[in-house]
Design a protein around this ligand. Structure first.
Ligand SMILES: CC(=O)SCCNC(=O)CCNC(=O)[C@H](O)C(C)(C)COP(=O)(O)OP(=O)(O)OC[C@H]1O[C@@H](n2cnc3c(N)ncnc32)[C@H](O)[C@@H]1OP(=O)(O)O
Length: 210
């Protein structure tokens, strides 16, 4: 599979390593607006994101490798590609239940677990060592940070960011575009567009965006 990666920062480097660890994959381009013009290194094209239209074709897949949920969504909306173009990237050490579903464009990092019946939307990040337990329903553009644990039947709206090492108890809903701080314990539903921190969480901000 020929793969084009959008975004060339730290998050992208982890994704690049996962992609090239599979012999059948070949990264053909790294696109990032920090590159003002096209150049080539070791056969890989480096160019700004609008260059993508010149590269698309059969057998090409795209990954938006940008850590910010908002920026990932903005780029996906601007590109307006059919969802089949987007590759799901799953590290070989991740444990993914055969009864779970992972949306196109979602990346699952080393040692993450996605358990029975869980459903993860498109363009999400299940980061290193994160646990998404049985029957979770996670919206598009979600980020579950390293070592966070979503216990059974947790659900999230679109764009939710769960900080590193946070635990969410069973059956909790995190409203769309909410943010939960690192190391928190969530024992109550979190309203949409809110920022919550602590053990148990307290709301510290209503995020006035979107
Ligand atoms: C591979 C990777 O790196 S993936 C990236 C993973 N990233 C993360 O896990 C980061 C998660 N982000 C956080 O925890 C951040 O602190 C946020 C988003 C919750 C808050 O950030 P900000 O909006 O900048 O909040 P700010 O730093 O101003 O803090 C506001 C208040 O919340 C408190 N606070 C902030 N974060 C936390 C936290 N994680 N736990 C407890 N309290 C916190 C602050 O002490 C402060 O309290 P005060 O008003 O009583 O002084």
């Amino acid at each position: 599979m020929k793969v084009i990666i959008l975004g060339d920062g730290g998050h992208s480097r982890v994704i690049q390593e996962i992609i090239i660890s599979k012999k059948e994959n070949q990264i053909i381009a790294m696109l990032d607006d920090k590159y003002e013009q096209k150049f080539k290194v070791k056969g890989i094209i480096y160019a700004p994101i609008p260059f993508l239209v010149r590269l698309l074709g059969p057998n090409i897949r795209v990954v938006v490798a940008i850590g910010s949920n908002q920026i990932r969504k903005k780029i996906v909306k601007q590109l307006n590609l059919p969802s089949e173009y987007y590759l799901s990237v799953i590290h070989p050490t991740a444990v993914i239940s055969s009864t779970s579903r992972v949306g196109n464009g979602t990346v699952i990092m080393p040692n993450a677990v996605v358990n029975a019946g869980a459903e993860i939307g498109m363009h999400s990040i299940i980061n290193t060592g994160a646990i998404v337990e049985h029957d979770n329903r996670l919206g598009d553009y979600t980020h579950v940070s390293p070592n966070a644990t979503l216990t059974g039947n947790v659900s999230t709206g679109e764009g939710v960011h769960i900080g590193s090492s946070t635990t969410v108890i069973p059956g909790i809903h995190l409203g769309k575009w909410s943010v939960v701080g690192a190391g928190s314990t969530v024992i109550e539903h979190i309203p949409a567009y809110s920022k919550a921190v602590g053990c148990p969480t307290r709301i510290i901000e209503r995020i006035l965006i979107k």
